[in-house]
Design a protein around this ligand. Sequence first.
Ligand code: SF4
Length: 255
Amino acid sequence: MSDPQAGDIIVVWFSNGAASAIAWQETLRLYGDRCDVRGVNNPVAEEDHDNLRFARDVSMWLRQPLNYWSNPNYPEASAVSVWDRRGGMVFPHGAPCTVHLKKEARQDYERHHKVAWHVFGFTADEKKRHDRFVLTERSNVLPILIDAGITKQDCITRLEAAGIKPPRLYAEGYPNANCIGCVKATSPTYWNLVRQTRPEVFEERAQQSRRLGVRLVRHSGKRIFLDELPADAKGRSLKTMNIDCGIFCEEKAHA
Ligand code: SF4
């Protein structure tokens, strides 16, 4: 793989997470003087409002505008409406919301702009995920954080040093700043956290998944409906969960 050339468009896919914020900063540091480095976000209506505050803070810190790009077939960018339109929330090949709101939005951006390079928030502890993405999705990805040896924790530390508060979802115990009530999650621990912190979202997911016949959660070895989940049920720690819709649109749901 060659190196970025002067004038190349490098898109940093900013997912409102700490890692993609630092990936954006590092890309600007390395290539900002000779390439067209752009931060682009594919919005999803079900993300927390505080993500917008975080995105504004990062954009002001880096003195760069953040661009937004949605799939024109889903202009409302709502996962809830994708699930209704597709008649399901998770399919064997993955979640339709990630495909329509992230992957296809990214592909639509590529149709309108000559993107030479992509940058994602793959950290030094995620080399395997990066390699898999390069193999299955795009070969022109710059492993900015991996090459610099920057871990997830380093990203949070850097943001804190810059006085930027991470999205509040992290402090609430969520493993990432994606949608609240993400349908890729099957863990009782996750869903009971949603029930506890955002009861209205839990209720909405419970009702919609019943209506669509989707058993979102795994408990005692079998898939059950959300409204069947005991409030004290626990699975493994959320720290070990690997849900990230911004990058892994193609992946199956995670335990
Ligand atoms: S975070 Fe989850 S619910 Fe939201 S778009 Fe991605 S897969 Fe769908």
